[in-house]
Ligand binder design. Structure first.
Ligand code: UTP
Length: 292
């Protein structure tokens, strides 16, 4: 079996849920406590053995490229001031993986963004796909990419990360229909976009982390734009299932934050502030909770 070494990160979306912050700034560069959101996502992939990070960018996303590039002037300044800890920290970022960038000329959908990387993927190669909105922290065990990899290594099938949600919130998510013997992982039978709670086939929602196989890419390449003019990854999964393909789901272990949403972003910021600063952050949060 060929090891998965590449990850495609589509980050060309406009981030309309986070305006006005995202009018000129990429939402992926918004800082969760002290680290840009995109770094958390890259970090998980690298920890799971990914070597090549392919970012699908668009207009206004240059800051992401600069973040993962070296900044020699800053390095020299930190060296001359003997700030070696900070130096090591910023040097590490550019050495995490090999980064490549492909521009998506127009935001024609998440699936279209993935297709922009097609020429960088071998015809028999499976790849990881990570969207910019989902951060998972599993403090005690395997990270979310490792969780996906584990299922892929066992089955060789495409895998979608899932999260249990309150069924009344189903209209915010893609929801999956699962096989009867589905436990914490298993077969996905269908993918339904934003169903009404009484029509949702389960309470398992799609999180933006996937492993896609060459068959999924082939399906994606054949798709026509939907009613909103977009090519969507979820439509490629549906097509694949209709053609008899086997699609796996894995219910994530850990905490998931939807950082594309303002309050989800706040939650993630508080979580990582508490994790990194412990009592000092706790005191500030408690002060707010008491209304002072
Ligand atoms: P979303 O559907 O969340 O869109 O895209 P968005 O623009 O990022 O955010 P909102 O909903 O308007 O606030 C899912 C992922 O696919 C990428 C996004 O950057 C995000 O990581 N994407 C989406 C593209 O790269 N290109 C597109 O044309 C659409």
């Amino acid at each position: 079996m060929k090891k998965i070494t590449k990850a495609i990160l589509p980050v060309a979306g406009f981030g309309t849920r986070f305006l006005p912050a995202t009018k000129v700034q990429p939402k992926e560069m918004l800082s969760i406590f002290d680290t840009p959101a995109i770094e958390f996502i890259v970090e998980e992939a690298v920890e799971a053995g990914i070597e090549e990070i392919i970012l699908i960018t668009g207009r206004g996303k240059r800051a992401i490229e600069d973040h993962f590039d070296r900044n020699v002037e800053l390095e020299n300044l930190l060296k001359s001031r003997e700030k070696f800890e900070e130096l090591a920290q910023i040097q590490r970022i550019s050495r995490m993986a090999n980064f490549s960038y492909v521009r998506q000329p127009e935001p024609l959908g998440d699936g279209h963004a993935i297709l922009c990387a097609k020429n960088l993927i071998a015809p028999d190669e499976s790849v990881l796909v990570l969207f910019g909105d989902d951060i998972v922290d599993n403090e005690k065990g395997k990270n979310s990419v490792q969780q996906l990899m584990e299922i892929y290594e066992k089955t060789q099938n495409p895998v979608i990360l899932l999260q249990k949600i309150d069924q009344k919130d189903s209209e915010k998510y893609g929801i999956v229909k699962i096989s009867r013997d589905f436990q914490q992982s298993g077969d996905i039978l269908d993918v339904v976009e934003k169903p009404k709670p009484n029509e949702a086939p389960s309470n398992l929602a799609i999180v933006g982390k996937y492993i896609i196989t060459p068959e999924i890419l082939k399906n994606l390449a054949k798709l026509e734009a939907d009613q909103s003019g977009e090519i969507r990854l979820s439509a490629a999964f549906r097509q694949y299932l209709q053609n008899g393909g086997q699609l796996m789901g894995k219910v994530l272990e850990g905490k998931r934050f939807d950082i594309g949403d303002k309050l989800g972003f706040l939650e993630a910021t508080l979580h990582f502030a508490l994790k990194k600063e412990g009592d000092k952050a706790q005191q500030i949060i408690e002060k707010f909770a008491r209304g002072k």
